[in-house]
Design a binder for this molecule. Structure first.
Ligand code: SF4
Ligand code: SF4
Length: 56
């Protein structure tokens, strides 16, 4: 399963810069992961300061 971003996201942008395949972008309410692009490396989850990213 791809990684997902929860509503805990504070839109800092750190995960988007860390993703090797540019699968993360700002969405309507918080940052979002494009599940079809995510290669499940886990880098974003390690980068998020508020623990908003987990494996879906
Ligand atoms: S798990 Fe890896 S590939 Fe998927 S969104 Fe996070 S950083 Fe990008
Ligand atoms: S690193 Fe965490 S808080 Fe920052 S934009 Fe990504 S999901 Fe949101």
């Amino acid at each position: 399963m791809a990684y997902v971003i929860s509503s805990d996201c504070v839109s800092c942008g750190s995960c988007a810069g860390a993703c090797p395949v540019s699968a993360i972008a700002q969405g309507d309410e918080h940052y979002e992961i494009d599940a079809s692009s995510c290669i499940e490396c886990g880098t974003c989850a390690d980068t998020c300061p508020v623990g908003a990213i987990s494996q879906g």
